[in-house]
Design a protein around this ligand. Structure first.
Ligand SMILES: *[C@@H]1O[C@H](CO)[C@@H](O)[C@H](O)[C@H]1NC(C)=O
Ligand SMILES: *[C@@H]1O[C@H](CO)[C@@H](O)[C@H](O)[C@H]1NC(C)=O
Ligand SMILES: *[C@@H]1O[C@H](CO)[C@@H](O)[C@H](O)[C@H]1NC(C)=O
Ligand SMILES: *[C@@H]1O[C@H](CO)[C@@H](O)[C@H](O)[C@H]1NC(C)=O
Length: 651
């Protein structure tokens, strides 16, 4: 919870910042908004959209610059202009704009002997059109070439001429800047400027609507040291712009290379005018609005994502809390802890059993300093019941605490974590479940009865009987609601060093498809499919007979016959060589028969069974099962020991 709160705070802060940032930007820009302006810095893609600009010919954005020409091709023409009409004068008020533009640019002339022709800043009618058959000598502003040149469009231009075209303009020698009106052959005024430095330049061009002076200033800004180079200026008084150009014009850069080539690059460009555009679309700082819109969308998206993540986080946390509640708070282990405890579930030295539920591993939990038995229940062996059922079972098992029940130390659910489950809140999938039990270190009853050479003495056997009985009385009568074991058999009766018996594996069956071993399974239950407390009683009875009686062919029927013939002591396990308390032996055998009667109504409850064991009361009068129900009696093999190992998946 604390973490989710932290995360929330962090994201709220982030959100506040992201909302605040564009706010500041607009404030700063809003000091003196000119009626019409734009400002692009091509090294920063956020300052322009390609829609704002019109590219013609070879002109294109290349990285952080707009290359008007390409520096390897001859006879190319390139233009970049502002994509919308720019107001020059107002038809209704007759007001003429004063305007100013600044741009950073480079003219790169790889070969001083054979350079391209230079470039021009221009104003002409809107929209921009490259004239047919443009030529390098006229910056792509005029159709045709040389003597064939024909004016195509009226324009005002400032040229940056790199071509020594003395043939065209005998008065001019070398590089220069000049001011042109609708003709490049007769510049109104020119000033020499040597472009061979190949460095970046800054140009500023202003037009004053009252004096009608057009002033262009150019200065090299690089390479360093060129700063000392004085700015070069050219100026000219123009005629009435209203007589020359339409009210709305194109502004931009035009260039053309002839038989030689050079690279003309624009790095940044700003323009402002005192006349507002009649088109609201270009009014004000629409770019910033576009930016703000983008930011808002991105912000909203991030916000939604954050909210979703926080909800997922919270949901995850709450499902965890829910699990804790459902499982009664018993410890939930991390898979890695269990893997470490079992030497990565080593099948060589840690696997101690395998069966229908899955495998059982012995592990050592370093942190708790104790050995545990870890039962792995694979997904395949679990019935369709949801995890919720499993949590309920964990709660039942962990809350059943009795010295004759194996204690549940914790559990673990191994999930294949995946981002989609997190996002769509599908947190109820689990692959493998682990139950961590106390480790009971002296094997189980089946091993001691049937596998060990040493005969289990009667006093121990009798104590085991009473221990199991006590455990079942606890499950059936002291728990509310009562708990069914469902799988009582010698394998599940674990023994510690003092031969205290502990029942294992109870309460799990709802999660597992396989029920107890047929031999110990109530035939009534097999018929109806319903497991009741009397079914546990039946299994208990069969186990009692297995503890007390001799291994013999046909035993169940024989024991009954001996009982009817009132010589039940003949059934006593002969390996004990008569070393037993006769009263106890008789009671155990009779109780075994009583509990395992096919008719469930005749069986005692566990409480009655306990009372019977502990009292000196009269023996019950049992009627031998009818022949018809003989078929439902345990098969004769019931005394036969299991085939070794832990074939039932218990400890
Ligand atoms: C354009 O941006 C670059 C880097 O962002 C900066 O160095 C340069 O000064 C900017 N140019 C103008 C004219 O603002
Ligand atoms: C020149 O521009 C100013 C605004 O800057 C305007 O008030 C004035 O009327 C304009 N003059 C002419 C002659 O258009
Ligand atoms: C222009 O400058 C280059 C080197 O910067 C120089 O070699 C060349 O002579 C100059 N041209 C003129 C006409 O001054
Ligand atoms: C040409 O431009 C220069 C530099 O601005 C200026 O001093 C000169 O007067 C201009 N000549 C004419 C004829 O306008």
């Amino acid at each position: 919870m604390e973490i989710s709160q932290l995360v929330l705070c962090f994201f709220l802060l982030l959100l506040a910042f992201s909302l605040d940032a564009p706010h500041h930007c607009t404030d700063a820009a809003a000091t003196t908004p000119p009626p019409f302006s734009f400002n692009f810095n091509f090294s920063n893609t956020y300052t322009y959209r390609l829609d704002d600009l019109r590219f013609e010919g070879t002109a294109a954005v290349h990285g952080a610059t707009v290359d008007l020409t390409c520096d390897v091709a001859q006879c190319t023409t390139g233009r970049m202009s502002y994509g919308r009409p720019v107001p020059l004068w107002d038809r209704t008020t007759n007001e003429v704009a004063s305007f100013a533009t600044e741009f950073a640019f480079k003219i790169i002339t790889p070969n001083d002997k054979a350079r391209g022709d230079g470039m021009a800043f221009f104003l002409s009618s809107y929209p921009s059109h490259v004239p047919p058959k443009p030529s390098g000598q006229n910056f792509g502003l005029i159709a045709g070439d040389g003597e064939n040149a024909g004016s195509f469009d009226r324009f005002i231009a400032v040229e940056f001429d790199t071509y020594d075209d003395t043939f065209e303009r005998p008065k001019q020698i070398g590089d220069h800047i000049g001011i042109d009106v609708s003709s490049v052959a007769d510049s109104i005024n020119t000033t020499s400027l040597n472009f061979s430095r190949n460095g970046a330049m800054k140009a500023s061009i202003t037009f004053d609507n009252v004096t009608r002076m057009l002033v262009a200033t150019v200065q090299f800004t690089e390479p360093p040291g060129s700063r000392s180079a004085a700015p070069v200026q050219v100026s000219a008084k123009l005629g009435d712009p209203r007589a020359l150009l339409p009210p709305e014009v194109t502004v931009g850069f035009s260039t053309a290379n002839g038989g030689t080539f050079q690279l003309d690059q624009i790095l940044s460009w700003s323009f402002s005018s005192t006349l507002a555009s009649p088109h609201p679309v270009i009014k004000g700082n629409h770019k910033k609005k576009g930016m703000a819109g983008k930011l808002a969308i991105v912000g909203a998206l991030i916000f939604v994502l954050l909210v979703w993540s926080i909800l997922s986080w919270w949901k995850w946390g709450s499902s965890r809390r829910d699990i804790d509640k459902r499982t009664g708070g018993v410890r939930q282990f991390k898979y890695n802890e269990l893997a470490a405890a079992t030497n990565r579930f080593s099948s060589e030295n840690r696997l101690i059993g395998a069966g229908p539920f899955g495998e059982v591993y012995k592990g050592f939990l370093r942190e708790m300093g104790r050995h545990v038995a870890i039962k792995k229940i694979s997904k395949e062996s679990r019935s369709e019941g949801s995890n919720r059922d499993f949590y309920d079972e964990v709660k039942i098992i962990s809350s059943a605490k009795n010295k004759n029940l194996v204690e549940l130390v914790g559990w673990c659910m191994k999930r294949r974590w995946n981002i989609f489950d997190f996002i769509c809140w599908c947190r109820e999938k689990a692959n493998t479940i682990f139950l961590v039990y106390e480790f009971v270190d002296n094997s189980n009853l089946r091993v001691h009865l049937h596998e060990k050479e040493a005969v289990l003495p009667w006093t121990t056997r009798y104590k085991i009987v009473k221990d199991i009985c006590a455990a079942l009385v606890y499950l059936h009568h002291e728990r509310c609601p009562f708990v069914l074991h469902r799988n009582i058999k010698p394998n599940n009766i674990l023994l510690d060093r003092e031969f205290n018996a502990k029942l294992a594996d109870f309460g799990l069956s709802r999660s597992a498809d396989k029920v107890g071993k047929a031999r110990y399974l109530d035939p009534e239950c097999r018929k109806t499919g319903k497991f009741k407390r009397s079914s546990d009683v039946y299994s208990f009875g069969i186990v009692l007979l297995e503890i007390a009686c001799k291994k013999d062919e046909n035993s169940y029927a024989k024991v009954w016959r001996w009982y009817i013939e009132k010589s039940v002591m003949q059934a006593a396990d002969d390996r004990l060589r008569g070393e037993f308390d006769e009263r106890q032996m008789e009671r155990v055998i009779v109780l075994g028969l009583w509990c395992s009667q096919p008719n469930i109504d005749m069986r005692p409850t566990m409480q009655q069974a306990m009372d019977f064991l502990e009292s000196d009361g009269p023996l019950p009068e049992l009627a031998e099962p009818e022949t018809s129900s003989r078929n439902e009696m345990p098969s004769d093999e019931y005394f036969a020991p299991g085939t070794g190992g832990f074939e039932d998946g218990s400890f």
